[in-house]
Design a protein around this ligand. Structure first.
Ligand code: PLP
Length: 448
């Protein structure tokens, strides 16, 4: 039996009270502190006798948690922040208390069934066939890597004479593609983008054909980005799909941020071509209101992934019962049922609520772009394609941007670190939080 003593019961109340408070109120942004500083306040927390639950929780809530920036603050518009729904966060508590094993159907059938329904919703939005499926993995980086490993396996079977494997993607592809290539020991061919930043079918075709006709190297996967991280730009998926498939090349779409907007009718047509993907990823922890960490990795034909990723050992034989085991579809074995908070929120709220929340962010981004255009000191870099608004401040150097950003955080107004585009420093708002209002944007713009 569990030993649920009065002390544990009291701690449970404290944990729930803290969690509810965190969910009910806008948290402060907070900010980082040095390790020396933190040590001076909490000392060594790992002791032979233990601090006790109350004391350890107190150290966390009063010191350590406050040295972490709140990623769900409505004026945290940095990188791609997060905005889990209250339901998703609450269900994460349930997952934490439930000792669920998400690696196999045998041990986690009910949880895996629910995760698969949430994945099904994404497959349907993308227009993939009934046979499509996948798994929730830790993040987009692992998702991209897992898909690319399957793509290479296919290419090895079709083109045994290739001297070296190559991934083709745009200059603007996410850093995780280079990281995956490094792990796989393959090359990356970065193809020039159009003036508005998109990878186009003809430029891609030319680059691939030149490589194939002048070397014995072979492109085994094309990675299109749908929603670049910096500017939210969507590659020409339709033409890229044709270019890839005409050459018997795997077509993967990295939609870690942007593919969430598949559920927004106002921008759905920008993703035309996604229905031809051999695989794609989208991170519910970015713009689908789920807590860290969850990436949905989806294959048109999951069987191809199962053949590559399934681990084999005597002690795993009981799992080879023909049932759907999520472990078999990515680089992983033991896994948390990390898709469940997303599933619960989607099941409880319904998909219409997702569409509404998404359209809200898109509208705020459009309004923010208009405010930037009207601002005497600012220049909009490009019309937002999704919900990222990028601009420059006239006359500023990188160090001006950095100082401004640090002051903004010090004053607990917002978190907007500078980025750059083609060597020019920029600011960008990544708007994924339904609680971010146009008044939040105004507050920030007033300081520029
Ligand atoms: C964030 C992002 C990734 C990486 O996802 P993680 O979950 O951070 O590993 C990959 N691609 C794009 C386009 C992204 O925006």
């Amino acid at each position: 039996m569990h030993e649920f003593t009065a002390e544990v019961e009291a701690l449970a109340q404290e944990v729930l009270a803290y969690s509810l408070d965190r969910l009910k109120n806008d948290p402060p942004l907070d900010g980082p502190r040095s390790a020396e500083d933190l040590f001076a306040q909490v000392g060594n927390t790992i002791t032979a006798r233990g601090l006790g639950g109350h004391e350890a929780l107190e150290l966390f809530t009063s010191v350590l948690a406050k040295a972490c920036i709140s990623t769900d603050h409505p004026r945290n518009l940095a990188f791609i922040p997060s905005a889990p729904s209250e339901y998703a966060n609450l269900f994460d508590l349930v997952v934490g208390a439930s000792a669920l094993y998400g690696g196999s159907w045998q041990e986690g059938a009910g949880a895996v069934f629910a995760e698969n329904q949430a994945l099904r919703w994404l497959c349907d939005l993308a227009g993939l066939p009934e046979s499509a499926g996948g798994v929730f993995v830790q993040g987009g980086t692992v998702g991209n890597l897992s898909a690319l490993v399957v793509a290479r396996d296919q290419a090895r079977k079709k083109f045994p004479d290739a001297s070296r494997w190559v991934i083709a993607c745009s200059q603007e592809a996410h850093s995780s593609i280079a990281a995956a290539a490094n792990v796989m020991d393959v090359d990356v061919m970065k193809v020039d983008v159009s003036p508005d930043g998109k990878l186009m079918g003809d430029a891609l075709a030319q680059a691939i054909d030149e490589l194939h006709s002048t070397t014995s190297k072979r492109v085994f996967a094309v990675v299109a980005t749908s929603g670049t991280t910096n500017l939210g730009i969507i590659d020409d998926l339709k033409a890229i799909a044709v270019t890839a498939h005409d050459r018997d090349v795997w077509f993967h779409v990295d939609g870690a941020y942007g593919l969430a907007a598949l559920c927004a009718p106002s921008v759905r047509s920008k993703f035309d071509g996604i229905e031809s993907a051999d695989s794609f990823i989208v991170d519910p922890h970015k713009w689908l209101f789920a807590p860290y960490d969850a990436c949905a990795l989806i294959y048109r034909d999951p069987e191809l992934a199962r053949l590559v990723h399934t681990q084999h050992a005597a002690y795993l034989e009981p799992l080879k019962d023909g049932a759907w085991s999520p472990s078999d579809y990515a680089i992983q074995l033991t896994r948390r049922t990390r898709g469940l908070p997303f599933w619960f929120s989607l099941a409880a709220h319904g998909t219409n609520a997702y569409t509404q929340a998404m359209e809200h962010s898109l509208r705020v981004a459009q309004q923010a772009a208009q405010l930037v255009k009207n601002h005497p000191n600012l220049e909009l870099l490009c019309e937002p394609e999704l919900s990222i608004v990028a601009f420059t401040r006239k006359g500023w150097t990188m160090s001006d941007y950095q100082q401004w950003s640090e002051q903004l955080l010090d004053d607990q107004v917002g978190f907007i670190p500078p980025s750059s585009h083609q060597g020019v420093p920029i600011l960008r708002f990544a708007i994924v939080n339904p609680w971010t209002k146009i008044s939040d944007i105004e507050l920030i713009l007033a300081r520029l």
